[in-house]
Write a protein that binds this ligand. Structure first.
Ligand code: FAD
Length: 297
Protein backbone atom coordinates (compact mmCIF):
# COMPACT_ATOMS: atom_id res chain seq x y z
CA UNK A 1 0.00 0.00 0.00
CA UNK A 2 1.33 3.45 -0.94
CA UNK A 3 2.52 5.62 1.95
CA UNK A 4 1.64 8.71 -0.04
CA UNK A 5 -1.65 10.46 0.59
CA UNK A 6 -4.29 9.27 -1.88
CA UNK A 7 -4.68 12.61 -3.69
CA UNK A 8 -0.94 13.21 -4.00
CA UNK A 9 -0.32 9.67 -5.27
CA UNK A 10 -3.01 10.18 -7.91
CA UNK A 11 -1.54 13.54 -8.96
CA UNK A 12 2.04 12.21 -9.11
CA UNK A 13 0.94 9.21 -11.18
CA UNK A 14 -0.62 11.58 -13.73
CA UNK A 15 2.43 13.85 -13.69
CA UNK A 16 5.07 11.12 -14.12
CA UNK A 17 8.00 13.50 -13.61
CA UNK A 18 11.02 12.97 -11.36
CA UNK A 19 11.38 15.00 -8.16
CA UNK A 20 12.75 18.54 -8.52
CA UNK A 21 16.51 18.39 -7.83
CA UNK A 22 17.63 18.63 -4.23
CA UNK A 23 19.55 21.75 -3.26
CA UNK A 24 23.28 21.34 -3.82
CA UNK A 25 25.85 23.96 -2.91
CA UNK A 26 25.28 27.63 -2.24
CA UNK A 27 22.47 29.65 -3.81
CA UNK A 28 21.36 33.27 -3.49
CA UNK A 29 17.71 34.39 -3.32
CA UNK A 30 15.64 37.46 -2.64
CA UNK A 31 13.07 35.25 -0.90
CA UNK A 32 13.52 31.69 0.28
CA UNK A 33 10.31 29.87 1.17
CA UNK A 34 10.44 26.75 3.31
CA UNK A 35 7.57 24.32 2.66
CA UNK A 36 6.05 23.32 -0.67
CA UNK A 37 2.37 23.21 0.25
CA UNK A 38 -0.42 25.65 -0.67
CA UNK A 39 1.04 28.40 1.56
CA UNK A 40 4.59 28.11 0.26
CA UNK A 41 3.72 27.74 -3.42
CA UNK A 42 1.00 30.45 -3.53
CA UNK A 43 3.49 32.74 -1.74
CA UNK A 44 6.15 31.95 -4.33
CA UNK A 45 3.71 32.65 -7.18
CA UNK A 46 2.52 35.90 -5.63
CA UNK A 47 6.11 37.04 -5.03
CA UNK A 48 6.88 36.42 -8.71
CA UNK A 49 3.67 38.16 -9.82
CA UNK A 50 4.60 41.22 -7.75
CA UNK A 51 8.34 41.14 -8.50
CA UNK A 52 9.18 39.10 -11.63
CA UNK A 53 12.83 40.08 -11.22
CA UNK A 54 13.13 38.44 -7.80
CA UNK A 55 15.01 35.19 -7.34
CA UNK A 56 12.56 33.00 -5.41
CA UNK A 57 13.59 29.62 -3.99
CA UNK A 58 11.35 26.98 -2.37
CA UNK A 59 12.79 24.22 -0.15
CA UNK A 60 10.53 21.20 0.41
CA UNK A 61 11.57 18.31 2.62
CA UNK A 62 9.74 15.62 0.59
CA UNK A 63 7.61 16.09 -2.55
CA UNK A 64 5.56 19.29 -2.82
CA UNK A 65 2.11 18.41 -1.47
CA UNK A 66 3.37 15.81 1.04
CA UNK A 67 1.94 17.77 3.95
CA UNK A 68 -1.70 18.69 4.60
CA UNK A 69 -2.05 20.23 1.12
CA UNK A 70 -1.90 16.83 -0.58
CA UNK A 71 -4.02 14.95 1.96
CA UNK A 72 -6.99 17.15 2.83
CA UNK A 73 -10.70 16.92 2.15
CA UNK A 74 -10.63 19.17 -0.89
CA UNK A 75 -13.59 21.13 0.49
CA UNK A 76 -13.72 24.74 -0.62
CA UNK A 77 -15.86 26.12 2.20
CA UNK A 78 -16.03 29.71 3.31
CA UNK A 79 -15.85 31.49 6.64
CA UNK A 80 -19.40 32.83 6.53
CA UNK A 81 -20.65 30.57 9.32
CA UNK A 82 -17.66 31.66 11.42
CA UNK A 83 -18.80 35.27 11.19
CA UNK A 84 -19.89 35.65 14.86
CA UNK A 85 -16.50 34.40 16.09
CA UNK A 86 -14.58 36.52 13.56
CA UNK A 87 -16.56 39.56 14.67
CA UNK A 88 -15.79 38.87 18.32
CA UNK A 89 -12.06 38.60 17.64
CA UNK A 90 -11.51 41.19 14.93
CA UNK A 91 -14.49 43.57 14.93
CA UNK A 92 -17.18 44.28 12.35
CA UNK A 93 -15.28 45.48 9.35
CA UNK A 94 -12.41 42.96 9.47
CA UNK A 95 -14.88 40.09 10.02
CA UNK A 96 -16.90 41.25 6.98
CA UNK A 97 -13.75 41.53 4.89
CA UNK A 98 -12.67 38.02 5.87
CA UNK A 99 -16.05 36.48 5.03
CA UNK A 100 -16.12 38.23 1.65
CA UNK A 101 -12.48 37.29 0.94
CA UNK A 102 -13.20 33.64 1.78
CA UNK A 103 -16.12 33.64 -0.66
CA UNK A 104 -14.06 35.38 -3.32
CA UNK A 105 -11.28 32.80 -2.82
CA UNK A 106 -13.51 30.03 -4.17
CA UNK A 107 -13.99 31.89 -7.45
CA UNK A 108 -10.35 32.99 -7.51
CA UNK A 109 -9.02 29.42 -7.12
CA UNK A 110 -11.28 28.26 -9.95
CA UNK A 111 -10.26 31.09 -12.26
CA UNK A 112 -6.55 30.71 -11.43
CA UNK A 113 -6.77 27.02 -12.33
CA UNK A 114 -8.59 27.79 -15.55
CA UNK A 115 -6.11 30.50 -16.52
CA UNK A 116 -3.11 28.22 -15.88
CA UNK A 117 -4.63 24.98 -17.20
CA UNK A 118 -4.52 23.24 -13.81
CA UNK A 119 -7.01 20.39 -13.96
CA UNK A 120 -7.82 20.01 -10.26
CA UNK A 121 -11.27 18.42 -10.77
CA UNK A 122 -12.92 21.60 -9.49
CA UNK A 123 -16.65 21.38 -8.94
CA UNK A 124 -18.53 24.46 -7.89
CA UNK A 125 -21.70 22.88 -6.58
CA UNK A 126 -22.09 25.06 -3.49
CA UNK A 127 -22.50 23.79 0.07
CA UNK A 128 -25.39 22.45 2.09
CA UNK A 129 -25.47 22.84 5.85
CA UNK A 130 -28.18 20.83 7.59
CA UNK A 131 -29.16 19.35 10.93
CA UNK A 132 -28.61 15.65 11.46
CA UNK A 133 -30.42 15.54 14.80
CA UNK A 134 -33.10 17.61 16.60
CA UNK A 135 -30.55 19.42 18.81
CA UNK A 136 -28.98 20.98 15.70
CA UNK A 137 -32.21 22.37 14.27
CA UNK A 138 -32.17 26.15 14.34
CA UNK A 139 -28.48 26.48 15.18
CA UNK A 140 -27.69 28.39 12.00
CA UNK A 141 -30.59 30.84 12.30
CA UNK A 142 -28.87 33.41 14.58
CA UNK A 143 -25.68 33.27 12.49
CA UNK A 144 -27.61 33.86 9.28
CA UNK A 145 -29.59 36.69 10.90
CA UNK A 146 -26.30 38.37 11.78
CA UNK A 147 -24.96 37.86 8.26
CA UNK A 148 -28.22 39.26 6.85
CA UNK A 149 -27.97 42.32 9.07
CA UNK A 150 -24.54 43.06 7.56
CA UNK A 151 -25.61 42.27 3.97
CA UNK A 152 -23.31 39.23 3.93
CA UNK A 153 -25.79 36.38 3.76
CA UNK A 154 -25.13 33.95 0.90
CA UNK A 155 -27.31 31.19 2.41
CA UNK A 156 -30.86 30.34 1.35
CA UNK A 157 -33.22 28.13 3.33
CA UNK A 158 -34.15 24.82 1.73
CA UNK A 159 -37.45 22.98 2.00
CA UNK A 160 -37.24 19.45 3.48
CA UNK A 161 -37.55 18.04 -0.03
CA UNK A 162 -34.74 20.27 -1.33
CA UNK A 163 -32.52 19.40 1.66
CA UNK A 164 -32.98 15.75 1.00
CA UNK A 165 -32.53 16.11 -2.77
CA UNK A 166 -29.36 18.22 -2.50
CA UNK A 167 -27.72 16.29 0.34
CA UNK A 168 -28.79 12.84 -0.80
CA UNK A 169 -30.03 12.02 2.70
CA UNK A 170 -33.60 11.90 3.92
CA UNK A 171 -32.26 12.13 7.50
CA UNK A 172 -30.99 15.71 7.17
CA UNK A 173 -33.33 18.56 8.06
CA UNK A 174 -33.36 22.35 8.32
CA UNK A 175 -31.00 22.71 5.35
CA UNK A 176 -29.41 25.80 3.87
CA UNK A 177 -27.52 26.18 0.61
CA UNK A 178 -24.72 28.61 -0.21
CA UNK A 179 -23.42 28.95 -3.79
CA UNK A 180 -19.79 30.06 -3.18
CA UNK A 181 -18.36 26.64 -2.27
CA UNK A 182 -17.15 23.52 -4.00
CA UNK A 183 -14.62 20.75 -4.05
CA UNK A 184 -11.35 19.93 -5.76
CA UNK A 185 -8.61 17.33 -5.92
CA UNK A 186 -6.02 18.96 -3.61
CA UNK A 187 -3.05 16.90 -4.83
CA UNK A 188 -3.65 18.07 -8.38
CA UNK A 189 -3.99 21.68 -7.19
CA UNK A 190 -0.74 21.66 -5.23
CA UNK A 191 1.20 19.96 -8.04
CA UNK A 192 -0.36 22.41 -10.50
CA UNK A 193 0.86 25.29 -8.34
CA UNK A 194 4.34 23.74 -8.42
CA UNK A 195 4.25 23.66 -12.24
CA UNK A 196 3.05 27.28 -12.48
CA UNK A 197 5.65 28.46 -9.96
CA UNK A 198 8.40 26.67 -11.89
CA UNK A 199 7.21 28.16 -15.19
CA UNK A 200 7.43 31.60 -13.59
CA UNK A 201 11.06 30.97 -12.70
CA UNK A 202 10.76 29.88 -9.06
CA UNK A 203 13.55 27.42 -8.15
CA UNK A 204 11.96 24.51 -6.30
CA UNK A 205 14.10 21.94 -4.52
CA UNK A 206 12.35 18.78 -3.31
CA UNK A 207 13.90 16.37 -0.82
CA UNK A 208 15.66 19.40 0.64
CA UNK A 209 14.92 19.60 4.34
CA UNK A 210 15.87 22.88 5.95
CA UNK A 211 17.96 21.72 8.90
CA UNK A 212 18.59 25.11 10.46
CA UNK A 213 18.38 28.81 9.86
CA UNK A 214 20.92 31.48 10.65
CA UNK A 215 20.12 35.16 10.83
CA UNK A 216 22.98 37.47 10.20
CA UNK A 217 21.68 40.52 8.31
CA UNK A 218 20.82 38.00 5.61
CA UNK A 219 19.04 34.74 6.34
CA UNK A 220 21.00 31.57 5.65
CA UNK A 221 18.92 28.43 5.32
CA UNK A 222 20.83 25.17 5.54
CA UNK A 223 20.01 21.78 4.06
CA UNK A 224 22.15 18.63 4.25
CA UNK A 225 23.94 19.48 1.00
CA UNK A 226 23.51 23.19 0.50
CA UNK A 227 22.62 26.65 1.73
CA UNK A 228 20.40 29.44 0.48
CA UNK A 229 21.45 32.94 1.39
CA UNK A 230 18.32 35.10 1.20
CA UNK A 231 17.22 38.64 1.97
CA UNK A 232 13.94 37.30 3.37
CA UNK A 233 12.61 33.91 4.40
CA UNK A 234 9.04 32.66 4.63
CA UNK A 235 8.41 29.71 6.92
CA UNK A 236 5.45 27.79 5.48
CA UNK A 237 5.97 24.63 7.52
CA UNK A 238 2.43 24.29 8.87
CA UNK A 239 2.29 21.46 11.46
CA UNK A 240 6.10 21.18 11.57
CA UNK A 241 6.50 24.76 12.74
CA UNK A 242 6.36 24.38 16.55
CA UNK A 243 8.60 21.28 16.45
CA UNK A 244 11.27 23.02 14.39
CA UNK A 245 10.88 26.48 15.91
CA UNK A 246 10.09 26.02 19.62
CA UNK A 247 9.66 29.80 19.98
CA UNK A 248 6.28 29.33 18.24
CA UNK A 249 5.18 26.40 20.42
CA UNK A 250 2.99 28.62 22.58
CA UNK A 251 1.39 30.52 19.73
CA UNK A 252 0.53 27.72 17.27
CA UNK A 253 -2.15 25.22 18.13
CA UNK A 254 -1.96 21.94 16.21
CA UNK A 255 -5.38 20.56 15.37
CA UNK A 256 -5.67 17.05 14.02
CA UNK A 257 -8.05 16.18 11.24
CA UNK A 258 -8.75 12.92 9.42
CA UNK A 259 -10.20 12.13 6.02
CA UNK A 260 -11.74 8.84 5.03
CA UNK A 261 -11.83 7.97 1.37
CA UNK A 262 -14.02 5.28 -0.12
CA UNK A 263 -13.85 3.44 -3.39
CA UNK A 264 -15.59 5.22 -6.24
CA UNK A 265 -19.30 4.45 -6.17
CA UNK A 266 -20.72 5.98 -9.33
CA UNK A 267 -24.05 4.13 -9.06
CA UNK A 268 -24.63 5.28 -5.49
CA UNK A 269 -23.66 8.90 -6.03
CA UNK A 270 -25.98 9.14 -9.03
CA UNK A 271 -28.74 7.59 -6.90
CA UNK A 272 -28.10 10.21 -4.18
CA UNK A 273 -28.21 13.00 -6.75
CA UNK A 274 -24.55 13.91 -6.20
CA UNK A 275 -23.68 14.38 -9.86
CA UNK A 276 -23.04 18.10 -9.21
CA UNK A 277 -21.03 17.21 -6.07
CA UNK A 278 -21.48 19.72 -3.35
CA UNK A 279 -20.21 19.91 0.21
CA UNK A 280 -22.51 18.71 2.98
CA UNK A 281 -21.96 19.58 6.61
CA UNK A 282 -23.91 19.11 9.78
CA UNK A 283 -24.46 21.94 12.27
CA UNK A 284 -22.47 20.31 15.08
CA UNK A 285 -21.35 22.75 17.77
CA UNK A 286 -17.62 22.64 17.16
CA UNK A 287 -17.10 20.79 13.93
CA UNK A 288 -18.44 20.30 10.48
CA UNK A 289 -18.48 17.04 8.64
CA UNK A 290 -17.37 17.66 5.09
CA UNK A 291 -17.99 15.29 2.26
CA UNK A 292 -15.50 15.23 -0.58
CA UNK A 293 -15.98 12.67 -3.26
CA UNK A 294 -13.52 11.01 -5.56
CA UNK A 295 -13.65 11.90 -9.17
CA UNK A 296 -16.26 9.77 -10.79
CA UNK A 297 -17.44 8.75 -7.32
C1 FAD B 1 -7.06 15.55 7.03
C2 FAD B 1 -7.16 17.02 6.67
C3 FAD B 1 -8.30 17.49 6.02
C4 FAD B 1 -8.39 18.84 5.66
N1 FAD B 1 -9.47 19.25 4.94
C5 FAD B 1 -9.49 20.50 4.43
C6 FAD B 1 -10.53 20.89 3.53
O1 FAD B 1 -11.38 20.10 3.18
N2 FAD B 1 -10.52 22.17 3.06
C7 FAD B 1 -9.54 23.05 3.41
O2 FAD B 1 -9.57 24.21 2.93
N3 FAD B 1 -8.54 22.71 4.26
C8 FAD B 1 -8.50 21.45 4.75
N4 FAD B 1 -7.45 21.07 5.56
C9 FAD B 1 -6.44 22.07 5.89
C10 FAD B 1 -5.49 22.30 4.71
O3 FAD B 1 -5.05 21.08 4.18
C11 FAD B 1 -4.29 23.12 5.23
O4 FAD B 1 -4.76 24.31 5.80
C12 FAD B 1 -3.31 23.47 4.11
O5 FAD B 1 -2.98 22.36 3.32
C13 FAD B 1 -2.06 24.06 4.74
O6 FAD B 1 -1.13 24.29 3.70
P1 FAD B 1 0.35 24.65 4.09
O7 FAD B 1 1.09 24.88 2.83
O8 FAD B 1 0.33 25.75 5.09
O9 FAD B 1 0.89 23.37 4.85
P2 FAD B 1 1.40 21.94 4.30
O10 FAD B 1 0.67 21.51 3.10
O11 FAD B 1 1.42 21.02 5.48
O12 FAD B 1 2.87 22.27 3.83
C14 FAD B 1 3.97 22.39 4.71
C15 FAD B 1 5.14 21.79 3.96
O13 FAD B 1 6.32 22.07 4.69
C16 FAD B 1 7.19 20.98 4.48
N5 FAD B 1 8.23 21.05 5.51
C17 FAD B 1 8.10 20.92 6.84
N6 FAD B 1 9.28 21.08 7.46
C18 FAD B 1 10.18 21.34 6.49
C19 FAD B 1 11.59 21.62 6.49
N7 FAD B 1 12.30 21.65 7.62
N8 FAD B 1 12.21 21.85 5.31
C20 FAD B 1 11.52 21.82 4.14
N9 FAD B 1 10.19 21.57 4.08
C21 FAD B 1 9.54 21.35 5.25
C22 FAD B 1 6.28 19.76 4.58
O14 FAD B 1 6.84 18.61 3.98
C23 FAD B 1 5.04 20.27 3.85
O15 FAD B 1 5.04 19.90 2.48
C24 FAD B 1 -7.33 19.74 5.97
C25 FAD B 1 -6.20 19.27 6.63
C26 FAD B 1 -6.11 17.92 6.96
C27 FAD B 1 -4.84 17.42 7.64
Amino acid sequence: MSQLPYWLAEALAAERSPPRPALQGRQRADVCIVGGGFTGLWTAIMCKQARPDWQVVVLEKARCGSGASGRNGGCMLTWSTKYPSLRRWFGDSEASRLVQASEQAVADIASFCQQHAIDADIRLGGAVYAASNPAQIGRLAPVLAMLQQHSLNSWTALSPAQTSALSGSALLQDGYHSAPAGSLQPGKLVRGLLRVASEMGVQVHEHSTMTHLQEDGQVILHTAQGQVEASQAVLALNADMPGQFPAFANSILLVSSDMIITDAAPGKSAHWGWSAVRQCATCAPSSTTGAAHRTGG
